[in-house]
Every structure is written in structure tokens, then in C-alpha cells.
Design a protein around this ligand. Structure first.
Ligand code: CP
Length: 336
């Protein structure tokens, strides 16, 4: 059955752990300058309805390192949803590429692409979630976990707005049996409906999902303190209200980090508004792992591309390749 990467809750704990093991294998290979060309000759179509630095660069470089090719399809460059239906775009692009990565304004769009595509679709962020980011984040947490602590013992405290990254962290923590807490004013906490959607997963995994309006108490036993932007494109009119609600209590600054254990690490998916949701002192400080986190997007995208594409690729024998080359060259020799 064709499988897409749209939501981490579509995958079992074992599958997510295996994806991270593959990330580790491919990261080590890359560090030796020996990334295996597992996707030689394959193509990735990258649809972006919003700007991106990390997602775009990581997917394109990942595909190149794996021996494949990536096409950047930016807004206005293809007909998606404007002069062509999502279904037709998905069907047509699927005939030409081996995998699609899509960053779409609305989650329904990526679901529509996945419904009609005949190749895997990877969600590169929507208004609902950001699964590639949080798979990378948990991989990064495992690299930086306090010595002796298992994954299930780790606590992530997200300080700030219920962004798509925040919601996605709740999803993956629920599946993996980790502790997740969001510290935010009540109005900006994850909705009850979204919390209810992870109850079964949390029950099964033993995850502890909690919410607080007190960031100081929340970070007291945090292994990772995470934040994200307080507003995004399209929320400009809300900036004064959001600024008033979050600043200064929910800013991740040295004073707040002083309440976290010394071993706690600071994370941010980036891009950041430096001096707003987090200060330079924290972002560039000794506890910050934001650059490892960003780099790991590359290794995670390699693992995801291999996971979804490698099993589907035809790997012709040298004899078959030589036969087809011979047929084409015989044809050409008649008139060239
Ligand atoms: N974190 C993240 O997805 O970054 P970009 O928006 O730059 O892709």
C-alpha cells in the first residue's frame, strides 16, 4: 500500500524509531563523506506555497547526496489549485517524479495531494503540523539527552504559542511515550479538540501531556526548552495582542533558563524573531542546540526519502541497462 508522511501519528513508535536509526546511519555516512547513492536517478518534486530555508535546502541537498535530483516548484510556478485541480496536479506530477514534498498553506491541500498522488507525499509543513521538523527534533534530543536517560524519560517544555510545530511535538511525544508540556497563556494553548486527538496514543505509550500558564514551574525539570515564533505570516493584525500576552513572562531568556536544570538544552525550529520569543543570549548560549537541530533536518530528510522511495525504485541489472542502451544506440546509428 502506498504510504505518505503526513502525520507522525500515522506511524507506530517502532516505525518512527527505525526512521531515526536510519537518520543516524545516514548522518554517520555523511560525516565520512560517504553518503550512499541509494536514490540514484530518482526525482523529488518540492512544492512550496510558503517560503522556506531549512526545509527547501535540506530536501534538495538530501536528494543530491543520495544520487537523485530535486525540482523546486515555487508559488506561481505551477498551476496547483489555481488553473489546475489538486487532483490533476498530483496525478500528473506522480507520473514524472518518484516522491513529492509539499509545504502547503492549508492541511487539506497536502491531504488532497496524497489522496490522488501515486507516489509518496511528504508533508513539509501545513497550517496544522510539521512532522519532518519534529522527527528531526526528537532525533536531536536523543543525541543530546542527559546521560543515562531513556527516550521515555525525557521532558520537553514548549514555551509559547500553539504553533504547528508545538502541536506536532505533542503528537510525536504522545506516540513515543515522552513528556510534553506547553507553557502559554490559556488563550494560546493547544485546543481541547487537539489534545483529545492524542489521548489514545498517550494512553498506549505512557506519555505525559500537560499544559501550564507558569513557565518557571514548567521548565524546572525540563530536559529541553523549546520555543517558536509568536506570530506568523497572516497574523500581523494580532501582533499587539500577542506581544502583550507573551512578553515578558513567556520569553525564553537567561532568567527563565536559570529555572531549568543546568543540563537542559534550548531548541528552536527557526526561523526566529531574535529578542522576541528568545534572546540572543539563550539562542547563542552554551545550552543552545539550535544549529545541530537545523543540520539534522538534512539527515532526517535523507532518511525519509530513502524510507519512502528506495523500496519503490527499480534497480535494473547491468545486463538490462546494456540491452536498452544497445537498442537506443542501434536506432541512432541508422541516421546520426
Ligand atoms: N523550521 C523550518 O521548517 O524552517 P523553514 O521554514 O526555513 O523551512
Amino acid at each position: 500500500m502506498l504510504k505518505h508522511f503526513i502525520h507522525t501519528l500515522d506511524f507506530s513508535k517502532e516505525e518512527l524509531l527505525r526512521m531515526m536509526e536510519l537518520t543516524s546511519i545516514l548522518k554517520r555516512a555523511d560525516k565520512d563523506g560517504a553518503c550512499p547513492r541509494l536514490l540514484s536517478g530518482a526525482s523529488l518534486g518540492m512544492i512550496f506555497e510558503e517560503p522556506s530555508t531549512r526545509t527547501r535546502v535540506s530536501f534538495e541537498v538530501a536528494m543530491t547526496k543520495l544520487g537523485g535530483h530535486a525540482l523546486y516548484l515555487r508559488p506561481g510556478e505551477i498551476h496547483l489549485g489555481a488553473r489546475e485541480s489538486i487532483a490533476d496536479t498530483a496525478r500528473v506530477v506522480s507520473r514524472m517524479v518518484d516522491v513529492v514534498e509539499a509545504r502547503t498553506l492549508k492541511h487539506e491541500t497536502v491531504l488532497g495531494l496524497a489522496k490522488y498522488a501515486t507516489v509518496p507525499v511528504i508533508n513539509g509543513l501545513t497550517d496544522f503540523n510539521h512532522p519532518t521538523q519534529v522527527l528531526c527534533d526528537v532525533f536531536t534530543m536523543m543525541e543530546h539527552a542527559p546521560k543515562g536517560k531513556d527516550l521515555e524519560e525525557l521532558k520537553v517544555v514548549f514555551v509559547g504559542d500553539a504553533t504547528n510545530v508545538c502541536v506536532s511535538l505533542m503528537h510525536i511525544c504522545a506516540r513515543l511515550g515522552m513528556s510534553f508540556m506547553q507553557a502559554a497563556p490559556a488563550k494560546y494553548q493547544i485546543t481541547e479538540e487537539r489534545r483529545a486527538a492524542v489521548r489514545d496514543a498517550s494512553h498506549e505509550s505512557g506519555a505525559r501531556i500537560a499544559f501550564s500558564e507558569d513557565p518557571v514551574a514548567a521548565v524546572a525539570d525540563a530536559d529541553f526548552v523549546y520555543t517558536d515564533l509568536w506570530w506568523w505570516i497572516g497574523q500581523e493584525s494580532e501582533i499587539p495582542d500577542r506581544q502583550a500576552a507573551f512578553m515578558p513572562k513567556y520569553q525564553v531568556n537567561a532568567a527563565l533558563m536559570a529555572h531549568a536544570p543546568a543540563s537542559a538544552r534550548f531548541m528552536h525550529c527557526l526561523p526566529a524573531s531574535r529578542g522576541v520569543e528568545a534572546t540572543d543570549e539563550v539562542m547563542d548560549g552554551a545550552q543552545s542546540i539550535i544549529l545541530d537541530q537545523s543540520e539534522n533536518r538534512l539527515h532526517t530528510e535523507k532518511a525519509l526519502l530513502v524510507w519512502f522511495v528506495y523500496p519503490r525504485l527499480k534497480r535494473p541489472s547491468d545486463a538490462l541497462l546494456a540491452r536498452h542502451r544497445g537498442i537506443a544506440e542501434d536506432f541512432l546509428s541508422d541516421f546520426l
